[in-house]
Design a protein around this ligand. Structure first.
Ligand code: ADP
Length: 459
């Protein structure tokens, strides 16, 4: 039957789940814990059935995470064909892990525990998180595990009796490295386990507490990109520029990336301060080439971070350079064809510091505030940043959400990392950190405890 695709909650993401609303489950003759095939433009994948969300009842909704949406070739609000799947238990499963993963001993029990209950397709890449994986962002803690062989059939379920083995595979490509202020911490923990991972795209499930903002940005951008004729017919101009404003670390960059990813648009970004520090004339050239790149690869999203630093108000205090760059940016914006195929998202935490000329109609004429998250938002963000972390049972993330009033996403990410580092320090004496590799069993035994979070919060 046809169901409408929506995103999963942060908590349910990354586990190969499909939340199906109750009425649809009845119609499909399936129950919680069964399996379904989901068919979209790109292909068919199997997923484990999970209870539908209360708000979806009788709405014909299927919730899957960004990775499944990609694999199936579908977007939010699209329809997919869903059918019951009767899958065999896998007898044999051979997977490969990147050889850069310097873990000693047998990884198989760990991988099996992570995959148990999941429907696995041949050739599939599953991302799993290993204890205190490194990484400065959510996605980088994930280790890509590829399926090399699966028996007895095409798609099968990993069960306790599955004979699972893990082989090493040569690294395919250098990691897309994103600079981040957390690099030191990231590399500190990276040296513990030497996990090299690829950096997959940001999806809606990687962002917490900004559902409304995401929805607004998506509406503004996706509709014109997908159906430019609608806008032409109605004689209205699709937006060219959207300004996201709010305090640093609230997820503005994540929102731009996730929206571009979800609507399959090309993403290119430039940072205001970086542009400003170039030699005479180079800034304009750089801006031009970013826009050219976007136009060639349209549909595209151009993200300009800290746009206030390239486009401050053109008053007496601003220098020649600023004036030239604002003029260039205005002309580039005006030059974008009104087909909605290239959209510029600017981010700032000083909305009023932006040249008013940029905020006029036909330029950055839509503004969305991304504020400090509330309690529920913080809980979602905790879910994102502890996803895949080996949390000890007593941990209650909703309590931490209560205790972190005023924290933004970046603070919560930092907190979760700090708690993980504390757990690591605690088990350090049991790990031989001088060795080239870490013992898999020792890695598996690590648990992050409540006291690690409490210490992190009070430090
Ligand atoms: P901004 O662009 O608003 O300054 P970013 O999007 O660059 O903030 O966020 C920085 C980091 O903080 C992100 O990489 C992410 O790890 C974390 N973060 C910020 N906001 C959120 C959020 N709403 N949900 C999850 N993580 C977040």
């Amino acid at each position: 039957m046809e169901l409408i695709v929506k995103s999963l909650s942060q908590k349910d993401a990354g586990r190969g789940l499909a939340a199906v609303d109750g009425a649809a489950m009845t119609e499909l003759g399936i129950e919680n814990g069964d399996y379904v095939y989901i068919k979209g433009d790109r292909g068919e994948v199997a997923a484990r059935v999970w209870p539908g969300y209360p708000e979806d009842e009788e709405l014909g909704i299927l919730r899957i995470d960004g990775r499944l949406r990609k694999a199936v070739g579908t977007n939010i609000d699209d329809t997919v064909d869903v059918s019951a799947a009767d899958l065999p238990a896998a007898t044999i499963l051979t997977v490969t892990a990147p050889e850069t993963l310097r873990v000693d001993g047998d990884l198989a029990p760990i991988v099996k525990r992570k995959l148990k209950g999941r429907a696995i397709d041949p050739g599939q890449t599953v991302h799993i998180s290993l204890a205190l994986g490194p990484g400065s962002s959510v996605s980088k803690r994930q280790i890509p595990i590829q399926v090399a062989e699966i028996q007895p059939s095409d798609t099968a379920i990993v069960v306790e009796s599955t004979e699972l083995s893990v082989e090493k595979r040569p690294a395919e490509r250098a990691q897309d490295h994103e600079e981040s202020s957390d690099d030191q911490l990231a590399s500190a923990s990276q040296s513990e386990s030497q996990i090299q991972t690829e950096s997959p795209d940001i999806t809606y499930e990687d962002i917490g507490g900004v559902d409304d903002e995401l929805e607004q940005v998506r509406e503004m951008i996706e509709l014109p990109m997908r159906h430019p004729e609608l806008f032409q017919q109605l004689g209205i101009d699709p937006p060219k520029g959207v300004l996201l404003h709010g305090p640093p670390g609230t997820g503005k960059t994540l929102i731009a990336k996730a929206v571009a990813n979800e609507i399959d648009a090309f993403f290119t970004d430039i940072s205001g301060p970086e542009i400003m520090s170039r030699y005479y004339g180079e800034s304009e050239e750089q801006l031009r080439s970013v826009f050219e790149d976007a136009t060639e690869n349209a549909p595209a999203v151009v993200f300009i971070d800290e746009i206030d630093s390239i486009a401050p108000k053109r008053d007496d205090t601003s220098g020649d350079v600023e004036r030239r760059i604002v003029a260039q940016l205005l002309s580039l914006l005006d030059g974008i064809e009104e087909r909605g195929e290239v959209v510029v998202i600017g981010a700032t935490n000083r909305l009023n510091a932006i040249d008013p000329a940029l905020r006029r109609g036909g330029r950055f004429d839509r503004e969305i505030e991304v504020g400090i998250p509330d309690r529920d938002g913080r809980e979602e963000i905790f879910e994102v940043h502890t996803r895949g972390m080996p949390l000890s049972k007593e941990i209650d993330l909703s309590e931490y959400a209560v205790d972190t009033h005023g924290f933004v996403g970046a603070d919560i990410e930092q907190l979760a990392k700090e708690a993980a580092m504390r757990a690591l320090r605690r088990v350090r004496p049991n790990l031989d950190l001088e060795a080239d590799t870490i013992d898999a069993a020792a890695l598996e035994a690590i648990r992050i405890e409540d006291r690690d979070f409490q210490h992190a919060m009070s430090s």
